[in-house]
Ligand binder design. Structure first.
Ligand code: HEM
Length: 541
């Protein structure tokens, strides 16, 4: 009989119950082939004679080996290393004033969720304790379809426009000639790119801080990063920033601890999450919202559409509106954690996008990559990705189609079918994109409101305690100390000096370098915002 090794109760919810139909438990069952034929011997291949060759007609060998030969799928292009868990989300009070999303209005409903935490740069087998951003992706299986909050544990990002994402990732991943280093930012290509990309200054302060080496997935925050929109029943919109606040508080390890742990237990975070859930110490996080009225769109000295900026909590407090509890480990890592497909484009009525150029590009990238990673257009039929509501539309066929659609027609409009899916009016819950007026010139550009790259970086550095500041200085000295090209180190010192002179001076001291005399400034970003010209402009005076 199967042994249930779970120590604490692992509650079921509507999603985990729906997965049950797809699970298989071999305990006490006979072994058979994929076509159902009972297998008599799966340890000896079929041979000609006592010492003869294996025969071509050994279909049992062929089936076993063929399946094995095709077990691997591509790892995610980023966030390859991750761990997941099932859980539930419950809202504290109806949020009808801001959003009509059903799961944010019914305090009785426990919405099933699946969360995947990850590092960004390393491959699937890399260490959990790398100095890196952590992903914090949540799929809510709501009664109106899946809503994905695909966030990170840092509230800002490296770049302002999605078109730079492939460059960023090529720079941060191991160098292409020797695939070194794994899961680390300490190398020339990363700092070369960063030093040429002053908009990354704020993010670099966060990634060189203790935030980038969390103690546990249970002890880190999550952020949606972009400004999204909430829409209420009357069609009124508010801007929103999403937060996750861990009830255990935010904790980190020190860098030498991180390095030790990486050597001794590269699965440290994965094991911690698994063991906590097995033993009933369920990780909990509160959902936080920063709501910004539409009228306040231009109230701040930064642009709400700029993902390198956060909205200071002193200006817009975070309201805690609900709780997420992770209370069940997956049954199968590959089927659930590896095959789940998150996408910020998975929204429900009452939640919508803004024109943040980073957000806009992400809307394309996730489905696009999943078409390759999960083998074609039917990956939403994989059990972990299915919504808890039935799916009916006119999409048909394609590799690995599972659904057996009935009826003669698969097009709209038609007058022949009798079981066609009906479109849903807005008043009955049909999704309608936010009606935003756009009166604009088409142009490849970046707005001036995106040009201040250093104020919030400085704000972050100066908000740190002295030990925390020292950790940032040590991190930069350590990471830049691994950079072979001196010109890159010097260019980074130029960036750091724009953030805070004392920071740059101490890092320069640690590296045995002088601060460069000519420093780029905020104003040195040319009017067209092209950072390619950035280094050629010098400061006056
Ligand atoms: C994963 C693209 C920015 C959070 C991914 C994946 C891609 C991608 C292609 C792999 C998805 C998969 O294979 O299923 C991009 C692009 C970005 C961007 C093009 C910017 C233009 C961000 C930002 C955040 C973020 C700003 C945080 C707010 C994540 C997370 C995952 C992920 C958490 C892992 C999801 C999982 O656990 O499966 N991203 N990303 N990404 N991205 Fe992004």
């Amino acid at each position: 009989a199967a042994i249930d090794k779970k120590l604490a109760p692992q509650p079921e919810n509507a999603k985990t119950e729906s997965l049950a139909a797809h699970t298989a438990d071999a305990a006490g069952e006979i072994m058979n082939t994929n076509t159902g034929l009972p297998i008599n011997d799966d340890q000896n291949s079929l041979k000609a004679g006592d010492r003869g060759p294996t025969l071509m007609d050994d279909f049992i060998f062929r089936e076993k080996m063929t399946h094995f030969d095709h077990e691997r799928i591509p790892e995610r292009v980023v966030h390859a290393r991750g761990s997941g868990a099932h859980g539930v989300f419950k809202v504290y009070k109806p949020l009808a004033e801001y959003t009509k999303a059903a799961f944010l209005n019914d305090t009785e409903v426990e919405t099933p969720v699946f969360v995947r935490f990850s590092t960004v740069a390393g491959s699937r087998g890399s260490t959990d304790l790398a100095r890196d951003v952590r992903g914090f992706a949540t799929k809510f299986y709501t009664t109106e379809g899946n809503f994905d909050l695909v966030g990170n544990n840092i509230p800002v990002f490296f770049i302002q426009d999605a078109i730079k994402f492939p460059d960023l990732v090529h720079a941060v991943k191991p160098e292409p000639d020797n695939e070194i280093p794994q899961a680390a930012s300490a190398h020339d290509t990363f700092w070369d790119f960063i030093s040429l990309m002053p908009e990354s200054a704020h993010m670099i302060m966060w990634t060189m801080s203790d935030r980038a080496i969390p103690r546990s997935y249970r002890m880190m925050e999550g952020f949606g990063v972009h400004t999204f929109r909430l829409i209420n029943d009357e069609g009124k919109a508010s801007f929103v920033k999403f937060h996750w606040k861990p009830l255990l508080g935010v904790h980190s390890v020190a860098w030498d601890e991180a390095q030790n742990i990486s050597g001794k237990d590269p699965d440290f975070h994965r094991r911690d999450l698994w063991d906590a859930i097995e033993s009933g110490a369920y990780p909990e996080y509160e959902l936080g919202l920063q709501i910004i009225p539409e009228e306040d769109e231009f109230k701040y000295d930064f642009d709400l559409l700029d993902s390198t900026k956060l909205v200071p909590e002193e200006l817009v407090p975070v309201q805690r509106v609900g709780k997420l509890t992770l209370n069940r480990n997956p049954d199968n890592f590959f089927a659930e954690t590896e095959q789940i497909a998150y996408h910020i484009g998975h929204v429900v009525p009452g939640i919508d996008f803004t024109n943040d150029p980073l957000l806009q590009g992400r809307l394309f990238s996730y489905t696009d990559t999943q078409l390759t990673r999960l083998g074609g257009p039917n990956f939403q039929e994989i059990p972990i990705n299915r919504p808890i509501v039935p799916v009916h539309n006119n999409q048909r066929d394609g590799f690995m189609r599972q659904t057996i659609n009935k009826g003669k027609t698969s097009y709209s409009p038609n007058s022949l079918g009798n079981n066609d899916p009906q479109q849903v009016p807005e008043s009955a819950g049909g999704f309608v994109s936010y009606r935003e007026r756009i009166d604009a010139r088409k142009e490849r550009m970046r707005n001036k409101s995106f040009f201040d790259h250093f104020s919030q970086a400085r704000l972050f550095f100066n908000s740190q305690s002295d030990p925390e500041k020292n950790h940032i200085i040590d991190a930069l000295t350590f990471e830049l100390g691994k950079v072979k090209t001196v010109a890159i180190r010097e260019r980074m010192l130029g960036i750091l000096a724009q953030i805070e002179k004392s920071l740059a001076t101490q890092v320069a001291y640690g590296l045995g370098l002088h601060l460069p005399e000519v420093l780029p400034t905020n104003q040195s970003i040319p009017a067209d915002g092209n950072p390619a010209d950035y280094q050629s402009i010098q400061v006056e005076g």
